[in-house]
Design a protein around this ligand. Structure first.
Ligand SMILES: [Zn+2]
Length: 68
């Protein structure tokens, strides 16, 4: 079991592009970062740290950038 949880910021294509590691000692900072992810249009997923690192290591090839 791992208590090392994190919040992933996931794009519409399903690729993770951002992460913040949950840290109870800095819960406010974590919440603010998660809020920023959401403002960027990302979906938040709460996953273990290991999963987060694995998902982030994969490059997004979908090229779904927002247009100006
Ligand atoms: Zn992608």
């Amino acid at each position: 079991m791992s208590d090392n949880m994190s919040y992933l910021g996931v794009k519409r294509c399903g690729c993770a592009v951002a992460v913040v590691f949950d840290n109870p000692e800095h819960a406010k900072d974590v919440r603010e970062t998660v809020a920023e992810f959401m403002q960027d249009g990302l979906t938040i997923e709460r996953v273990s740290r290991d999963v987060a690192v694995d998902r982030l290591s994969r490059d997004c090839s979908h090229r779904e950038e927002s247009r100006p």
